[in-house]
Structures are given as structure tokens and as C-alpha cells.
Design a protein around this ligand. Structure first.
Ligand code: GAL
Length: 516
């Protein structure tokens, strides 16, 4: 006799549900922290594979939670690399191409943990989606050297580094702004060699990247292929070689290359015109003695996902700015996050070294675009939805709220290691929507170990029961199911999983065939 699956009732933001039938829930939801805090025992987190080019400076910090002091060890570390056993920072350079299977170990007074890791020395960077922080959505045009240093400090003190966050990226507004009345934005645009200068808010870029690197983190910068950036600062037009050389001289590891004023800024361009600046930039980057990840930003023009990797992009923005309008963020999450992705079947285009980028994580405190900051307009459940979707589709996890003002709820969204494992899975196979019934959607990502990560989403305005059928997920028989936000086993299910999901909320699970 067939057993009917046990009903699963998972309720996010319980207190909000009572009001569901009566009023919209936007401001009524409580911030329910679902994720248990990491324990004192060591746990190694984040990516399990890392790409580097031969002879490039190598920097990878083993992300590990657990009580300090902690001691690190690496078995099988190839020649050329050195481990700092107190910090877990691996530095040096690899001479020979190849795959190096190593074992990371972390020990503290509660025990020792081991985890396999693969270093791939070849041509491909960004073998898993980038994780980090970007200045734009909180600091926009008033970013400074001090803000970037404080962000690096906070990435360490908040513990985000222990979950795999790595990049500390300046967005627009570090270069001189022609015509500005603000003395800190004035000055010579370039030096005698034609190399781009930073403005007075960034007195010493090399010292800044040294500061970021010393913490085991990486540094990112931004420019446009046009004459000016979107905010009107000097950009790379006809100085592409010099500006990339400048970024190398300064020690940057990541470049966001934003269309902005290129070819007059219009969007009526041929595919060749759309590709040209990115081909040029990636050809220049390939010649550098330093690894710089290339992030294409041109808002999805010309179906960039179809050719972003072929012009050398490691990731490409798939739509306009998610936070273009502060109050518009929730709508943009569903439109540009969910719908752009499924309509264009973006899962077919992502993979190791080449990721769809639906823009930054807009949680915590964001710029209100009036000189101040404000709490994200996303409800608590929308924030779980935002992060879950990004992990299911293998999106870069770049937080762009105020990293120096992280409340416990925001930190719980950003640092759930089992959820991050979905994003960072070494197979690098972006998930996709497998079922839609009105406002209810089921998304699935195949994981390297043969398990599936499954998101049950409710885009509707009230509580609803979402059913995820085995036939849609692509599994059979009895499945062991684990709730990833709560880090809790739910039991064994057959044929389907049903969950009550709150307005704009999600239940995110991972399932393995029973016995595995
Ligand atoms: C936009 C871009 C944003 C941000 C901004 C800076 O074009 O999409 O992410 O970089 O420019 O001016």
C-alpha cells in the first residue's frame, strides 16, 4: 500500500500569518531567525574548489567557523604555496597547470575537522560564484578609502569571512569627476603616463588593497568602457590598456565593467558593438601577471547570457539595477530575479567560471538615495526568498547593505553554511524552475553529490500550500529531506513534499535518496 507523504507544515513568521487574511503583511512580519548559530567546534565552509592561473599571486583564506584560537593545516599543498597556520591564509604562486586535491584541516579545543578541496591551476577563474561585499547600494557616490577599510574590518569581525565571503569591492565614484564642484572629486584625471588617478577620497589605492589583502580578503574595482562612469567619473575609454595596468599595479582582484556611457550609452546596439568592449578588456586582462575576475555589467542587453562567457566574462548582470528604486526592490526581486531568469532559461548559460548575476543582496541597511540609509524594504520572508533564489541559481553572493551595521537577522540570512553550500556547490550547475502553479513555484538545483536543493516559493499575498512533486524534481522513491534554513532533518518523504509557505516566502530543503 502506498503511504501518503506526511504533511509538512513549515511556517515562516508565524505571527504574521494570523493577519494574512485581513491585511497585507508588508510591515507586520517579525524577523524570525531560523538558523542556529555555529557551534564552538570547527567547521570548514564555503567553496570547495578554487581556480588560479599559473604564476599569478595566490590568495585563499580557509573559511572556518568555531571557537578561536584555531590552527589550520593543509595536506598535499603543492609547491609554491604556503599556509599561515594561525589565520588559514594560503599564499604564494603555482608554476604548473594542473588539479591539486588537498585536504584542509582546522583544529581548536573542541576538536578537528577535515574537508577536501581542489585547486585548479589553469585559465579559468571564479569556479564558484563570487562571494563578497560591494559599496554601491549603501554608499553610492560618497564612498571613501575609510569606508572600504571599515568594510574589510567588518567582513572579518562579523565572521562573514568564516563563511566564505572574500571580495571587498568598490563600485563607482573612486575616480576624478570632471566638472565637479567638490574638491575631493577634483584633480588630474590621469598621471603623466596616462594612468587613471583616484580622487581625493582614495589617497593611496595600493595601501588600500594591501590593507584588504592582509586580512586574507580580495579587492575589487569598477570602471566603464565609456569615457565616463554612470555617475560621471573618469572611465577607461581609449585608455583600456593603461587602466587595466593601473588596476594590476594597485593590486585589484576583481573588475566590474559597467556599460554606462559607452557608444553614447544607448541600448540600440548590434551584438558586435555590445561585445567589443568586453572582448577588449578580457584580452588585456589575460595578459596580466595577476588574476582579475571580470564582471560584465550591461543590464542584460543583447541576451548577454548567451555570449558573456565567450567574451571573457566570469559573470554578467542579467537585468537592470535590482535596487534602482528603493521601494521597487520587492517587485524587482520577483520580476528581475525570478521571471527574467526562468523566461530566458538562464540556467543553460551559467557554470564554473561563468555566472548569471541578478545583482547584489539588498538586505540590511541600504542607501535611501537621499543622503541617508534605511532598512531594506524587503520583508523578512522576502529576504529568505531573495537569498534562497540566489543560491539555487548559483548567483554571486555580493552583499551591498551596510556591512558595519549588521543586525542578527541580516547576519542569519547571510551566513547559513548549508544554504551557502547550495550556491557554492562545486558542480556549478545553476538551478531552474521546474513547476509553476499560479503564484506557487518549485525550483531545483542539482548538487555534486547527487542530492537536490529544492525551493518551494509562494509569490502570492497570503499563506499557501506548495507541493513539490518528485516527478518535477526528478527523483524517485524515499527521500531524506533536510530543511536548510533551520538546519534540521525533516524525515523521509515519498512522491511529494508539501509545505505551507508564507506570503512571498520560501521553504528551502535538500534531499538525498534514503540510505545515502
Ligand atoms: C549602474 C550599475 C550599478 C552601479 C551604478 C554606479 O549602471 O548597474 O550596479 O554600478 O551604475 O553608477
Amino acid at each position: 500500500m502506498r503511504r501518503t507523504p506526511r504533511p509538512l507544515v513549515l511556517i515562516l513568521a508565524v505571527s504574521a500569518l494570523a493577519a494574512a487574511a485581513l491585511t497585507p503583511l508588508t510591515s507586520a512580519e517579525e524577523k524570525v531567525i531560523l538558523t542556529p548559530k555555529p557551534g564552538p567546534e570547527p567547521r570548514i565552509n564555503g567553496a570547495r574548489v578554487f581556480g588560479v592561473r599559473p604564476r599569478s599571486p595566490f590568495l585563499f583564506t580557509i573559511p572556518a567557523t568555531g571557537e578561536r584560537p584555531m590552527t589550520f593545516a593543509v595536506e598535499g599543498l603543492p609547491d609554491g604555496l604556503t599556509l599561515d597556520t594561525a589565520t588559514g591564509q594560503i599564499t604564494g604562486a603555482l608554476a604548473a597547470r594542473g588539479e591539486y586535491a588537498v585536504t584542509f584541516k582546522a583544529t581548536n579545543r573542541s576538536g578537528t575537522i577535515e574537508r577536501g578541496f581542489k585547486i585548479v591551476c589553469g585559465d579559468t577563474l571564479a569556479l564558484t560564484p563570487h562571494m563578497g561585499w560591494n559599496s554601491w547600494y549603501v554608499w553610492e557616490n560618497h564612498v571613501t578609502d575609510g569606508i572600504m577599510r571599515a568594510a574589510a574590518d567588518a567582513m572579518v569581525s562579523s565572521g562573514m569571512i568564516d563563511h566564505g565571503y572574500q571580495y571587498v569591492n568598490i563600485d563607482d565614484c573612486w575616480a576624478v569627476k570632471p566638472g565637479s564642484n567638490d574638491p575631493t572629486l577634483q584633480g588630474p584625471e590621469r598621471d603623466a603616463r596616462g594612468m587613471v588617478n583616484s580622487n581625493g577620497r582614495f589617497p593611496d589605492m595600493k595601501a588600500l588593497t594591501d590593507y584588504i589583502h592582509a586580512k586574507g580578503l580580495k579587492a575589487g574595482i569598477y570602471t566603464s568602457p565609456g569615457p565616463l562612469t554612470c555617475a560621471g567619473h573618469v572611465a577607461a575609454w581609449q585608455h583600456e590598456e593603461q587602466d587595466v595596468a593601473r588596476f594590476v599595479e594597485w593590486g585589484y582582484d576583481f573588475l566590474k565593467y559597467d556599460w554606462c556611457t559607452y557608444l553614447g550609452g544607448g541600448r540600440d546596439k548590434t551584438i558586435d558593438e555590445l561585445q567589443r568592449p568586453y572582448r577588449l578588456a578580457s584580452a588585456i586582462l589575460a595578459k596580466q601577471p595577476r588574476d582579475i575576475v571580470l564582471n560584465l555589467c550591461q543590464y542584460g542587453m543583447g541576451k548577454v547570457w548567451e555570449w558573456g562567457a565567450s567574451v571573457g566574462g566570469n559573470s554578467w548582470r542579467t537585468a537592470d539595477d535590482l535596487g534602482g528604486r528603493f521601494e521597487g526592490i520587492p517587485a524587482a526581486l520577483f520580476r528581475d530575479g525570478f521571471d527574467v531568469y526562468s523566461k530566458n532559461e538562464l540556467h543553460r548559460h551559467g557554470g564554473p567560471g561563468r555566472w548569471n548575476d541578478p545583482d547584489y543582496l539588498l538586505i540590511g541597511y541600504l542607501s535611501d538615495w537621499q543622503g541617508g540609509t534605511a532598512a531594506t524594504p524587503l520583508t523578512p520572508n522576502e529576504q529568505y526568498t531573495h537569498f534562497s533564489l540566489w543560491c539555487l541559481v548559483s548567483a554571486p553572493l555580493i552583499f551591498s547593505g551596510d556591512i558595519t551595521r549588521l543586525d542578527d537577522f541580516t547576519l542569519n540570512i547571510l551566513t547559513n553554511d548549508e544554504v551557502i553550500d547550495v550556491d557554492q556547490d562545486p558542480l556549478g550547475k545553476p538551478g531552474r524552475r521546474v513547476a509553476k502553479s499560479g503564484d506557487l513555484e518549485v525550483w531545483v538545483k542539482e548538487m555534486e553529490d547527487g542530492s537536490k536543493a529544492v525551493g518551494l516559493f509562494n509569490r502570492g499575498e497570503g499563506l499557501a500550500e506548495v507541493t513539490a512533486l518528485w516527478a518535477d524534481i526528478g527523483v524517485q522513491g524515499r527521500q531524506k529531506v533536510r530543511d536548510l534554513w533551520r538546519q534540521k532533518d525533516l524525515g523521509v518523504y515519498k512522491d511529494a513534499l508539501k509545505a505551507f509557505v508564507a506570503r512571498h516566502g520560501v521553504v528551502l530543503v535538500r534531499m538525498w535518496p534514503e540510505g545515502k
